[in-house]
Ligand binder design. Structure first.
Ligand code: G6P
Length: 615
């Protein structure tokens, strides 16, 4: 949420900043801005809308010169998206500018106090309050910019990742973090790159330092990099090498990141299994949880936490762990769990699922469960992000960067890792027969090729998308392992095409949604062969009797559903518990095509952000 970029060095700052903002735009895109410092002057450009709008504004006015600057792309929290609320924000005396990601919770009180001391505010933002507070401290205490930032951060309640630029200290940028991520790239030419994630940095340097909670970085082109904390203690920076590859951040010939990421799934599912799945020797090995496997085996309960698509993957995890490992599972929205005074014991194992590894509610729920003594296992995609650092152990999904706001390959990667984990635990616990275990290893190994075969249905799916592109509502129904897929299919459609869609367990249709069915209503049935097949056939008949339009995802060679449905999409057969890895693919493609046909911005749907770092 909100993209932050800063540069200080010997190169022109503006192209680096704007290039960085383009890479970060997936984090938020309702307004954008930059400030560049040159010869004691700060030039700021900011406007409502996307980074392209900012570029147009700047090119009309003349590109600012200068080798130090900051930039921001916003996802609004305090105050609507408009030119004034866009970042950077400036102190009253015009000496300081700041960009911020997060929420300053006590900004109301601080604003009142500062107003009483004569400060005037232009925007509705908490950020402007913080930069005025820093200005106020610096003026009254006559301290350095670092010290003023440090003192101010001791007064704020809430979350922040900030970068401050000072007209009077042109050789320095000050960056600080609490609750929201921030990373400093150490360039080869004595220059520094600051960003809310590594995507704008990777083309310049591989050496990065992820700031820890309440750390403040002073990056100085003359004196180098110094790390402090808000208690004024010096910290030792841990310089890591980025594994991220630049090509992974490009569209690679696809029209949208979402489509690229859908098509990457044969590869990303394989990457999630690489070195972990060994059908040849009949073994599953997840190195990251090796030391915690006994905790799983003796767990009285597993609690799975997540938000959005990660929560849907968690629901598949519930079926997997109960079915294979015979451990009771509860799947919780992190945002509800953290405020519910939940019963958590030391015998609980908590699995926290997050693509970004930064979701604020998931992080807070982890801290709560940890404080009660539970074992916390992470399943995350972004290496080095906050959630893997907050958990006891875990497994990365290794799906590669996901840029499209609608999550696709992260979902299949999460489900793959959950499957491996459930199999690993089941084997260790002895809750699965040898033959089923071995069969599942072989079936799982075949999934990437089968995903590829589903992707070959793209043209047919596009045709179906064209047929339904103008509907206002849609229902998604599935049972068992495919109930979470129904939820995920509905989420994909609504988030990128703005069509109202709901996912339901198919049998629940009779308790409400059936009232919505008429000849206008498309009903997507996820109906592959498996335990609930006969039941779902009955549900399809019920919709047919009410003249609903039926689109069914069925197993290759299926005839019964085909004879009833308006459209069917055939997918290869696999074990029931692996089906979500295949059935979700046509639904992702369908949502993609519908959104494109409706002229929606697929990679940046309105109001959404990829990484939700505020609660
Ligand atoms: C946002 C994203 C979703 C994602 C959810 C959870 O809503 O738009 O795609 O599923 O956050 O994010 P996480 O990074 O924790 O998986």
């Amino acid at each position: 949420m909100c993209g932050i970029v800063g540069y200080i060095g010997h190169k022109e700052a503006y192209p680096i900043l704007v290039g960085g903002l383009r890479r970060l735009e997936y984090r938020g895109y309702d307004s954008a801005g930059v400030s560049v410092l040159h010869n004691g002057n700060i030039q700021t450009f900011k406007c409502k809308g996307k980074v392209s709008g900012l570029e147009a504004l700047v090119s009309g006015a003349g590109v600012p010169e200068g080798t130090v600057g900051i930039g921001h792309t916003r996802w609004a929290t305090h105050g609507p998206p408009n030119d004034v609320n866009a970042h950077p924000h400036t102190s009253g005396d015009g000496q300081l500018v700041m960009i911020h990601n997060g929420i300053i919770e006590n900004y109301g009180t601080l604003r009142e106090e500062l107003t009483a001391r004569g400060h005037q505010f232009n925007s509705d933002t908490d950020t402007e309050v913080l930069i005025h507070l820093i200005e106020d401290i610096r003026r009254n205490a006559d301290v350095s910019i670092f010290e003023a930032v440090r003192i101010a951060l001791n007064e704020v309640v809430g979350a922040y990742a900030i970068v401050v630029m000072d007209r009077n200290t042109p050789n320095q940028l000050i960056a600080a973090k609490k609750g929201s991520p921030l990373v400093v790239g150490i360039g080869r030419e004595g220059d520094y790159y600051i960003a809310s994630d590594a995507t704008p940095i990777v083309e310049y340097t591989k050496n990065v330092v992820y700031l820890e909670e309440e750390e403040i970085a002073i990056v100085d082109v003359e004196e180098g990099f110094k790390l402090m904390d808000i208690k004024n203690r010096e910290r030792t920076p841990y310089v890591q090498e980025l594994e991220l590859k630049l090509e992974a951040l490009e569209k690679g010939g696809f029209e949208h990141f979402m489509l690229k990421e859908i098509y990457e799934q044969p590869r990303s599912v394989l990457d999630s299994m690489r070195g972990r799945l060994r059908p040849d020797v009949g073994r599953v090995e997840l190195g990251g949880i090796r030391d915690y496997i006994k905790r799983f085996v003796h767990a009285k309960r597993i609690i799975i936490l997540g938000c959005g698509t990660s929560w849907h993957a968690g629901l598949v995890g519930e079926y997997l762990f109960e079915d294979l490992a015979r451990i009771p599972v509860e799947v919780e929205y992190a945002s509800e769990f953290r405020y519910r005074n939940p019963v958590i014991t030391e015998e609980d194992v908590v699995i926290a699922i997050s693509q970004s590894g930064e979701t604020a509610d998931t992080l807070a729920a982890i801290e709560l469960a940890k404080s009660k003594g539970a074992t916390i296992i992470g399943i995350c995609n972004v290496i080095g992000s906050s959630i893997p650092r907050a958990t006891h152990a875990g497994s990365y999904t290794h799906a590669g960067p996901e840029i499209g706001v609608a999550s696709t390959k992260a979902f299949t990667a999460q489900v793959t890792v959950l499957t491996l984990m459930a199999l690993h635990v089941a084997r260790e616990k002895g809750s699965i027969t040898e033959s089923r275990f071995h069969r599942l290893l072989i079936d799982l190994d075949a999934i990437p090729d089968k995903v590829e075969r589903v992707l070959e249905k793209n043209e047919q799916i596009k045709f179906i998308a064209d047929y339904y592109k103008n509907v206002s509502n849609a229902l998604y129904l599935g049972r068992g392992y495919n109930f979470p897929v129904a939820l995920e299919g509905a989420l994909k459609l609504k988030e990128i095409s703005y069509i109202h869609a709901e996912g339901y367990p198919a049998a629940e249709m009779k308790h409400g949604p059936i009232a919505l069915i008429d000849e206008e209503m498309p009903v997507f049935f996820i109906a592959p062969r498996g335990g609930a097949y006969e039941k779902i056939v009955s549900n399809i008949q019920e919709v047919k009797a009410r003249k609903g339009k039926i689109i069914a995802i069925v197993t290759e060679g299926e005839k019964q559903v085909k004879s009833m449905a308006d459209h069917t999409i055939e997918i290869p057969d696999t074990d029931e518990c692996l089906m979500p890895l295949l059935t979700v693919i046509p639904l992702q493609l369908l949502s993609y095509h519908v959104a494109v046909m409706r002229g929606c911005n697929v990679d940046q749907p309105r109001n959404l952000a990829k990484s939700v770092t505020v609660e």
